[in-house]
Design a protein around this ligand. Structure first.
Ligand code: CDP
Length: 202
């Protein structure tokens, strides 16, 4: 059975954590679509044309250890505004969404462009302070030396660019469930998301 869960929201709102947890809970596959843009941005930083990079991504590109650095984050949001880059990544995402056994995809345009007919759509948010705090801790834990202010600036710039672009901008689908996780623990956020999906599964 194909069952698609679309998760969108601004940077570092908890989409990945919730997406991974939902996939584990229901036994679905999970695709972090941000990784596709990060891998494309990373290859652009190493001198490749962004559109060519997106057309020729390999599984190894998605495994690179440095995809979460602030430089790669910024490059990802720059290449994500290029329509040909988004087009090159479309078929892979749609095929994943239809895989037998269920799929969870998280990103910016999953509920609006990639899977407008998704069975469940979530739009996950958290306030700026909380998102910067969480991402800063995540980066520090993985050995990055970056200040909270730098993280906040990266999130602010990317959200602005991602929301303002003409192609597939960051915005909630009309039928998305909004989940503000600012005041929630990870467990509470996951429990809320699981309840929404269970209601739909019946
Ligand atoms: O983890 P975080 O929320 O910080 O970012 P991400 O989901 O890894 O996405 C990195 C960048 O890729 C975003 O800032 C967007 O510019 C872009 N992106 C996109 O345009 N569309 C998607 N479906 C996923 C990511």
């Amino acid at each position: 059975m194909a069952f698609t869960i679309a998760i969108d929201g601004p940077a570092a709102a908890g989409k990945g954590t919730i997406g991974r947890a939902l996939a584990a809970h229901f036994g679905f596959g999970h695709l972090d679509t941000g990784l596709l843009y990060r891998a494309t941005g990373r290859r652009m930083l190493s001198g490749l044309d962004a559109v060519e990079a997106a057309r020729n991504l390999t599984p190894e590109d998605l495994d690179a250890g440095d995809l979460r650095t602030p430089d790669v984050s910024q490059a990802a949001s720059h290449v994500a505004a290029i329509p040909e880059v988004r087009q090159a990544l479309l078929d892979f995402q749609r095929a994943f969404a239809r895989r037998a056994g269920g799929a969870v995809l998280d990103g910016r345009d999953i509920g609006t462009v990639i899977c407008p007919d998704a069975d469940v759509k979530l739009f996950v948010t958290a306030n700026d302070e909380e998102r910067a705090r969480r991402r800063h801790r995540e980066l520090s834990d993985s050995g990055e030396t970056v200040t909270r202010a730098e993280v906040m600036e990266d999130l602010r710039q990317r959200d602005e660019r991602d929301s303002a672009r003409a192609e597939a901008p960051l915005r909630p689908a009309e039928d998305a469930h909004k989940l503000d996780t600012s005041e929630m623990t990870i467990e509470e956020a996951i429990a809320s998301a699981v309840a929404i999906v269970e209601a739909k599964l019946g």
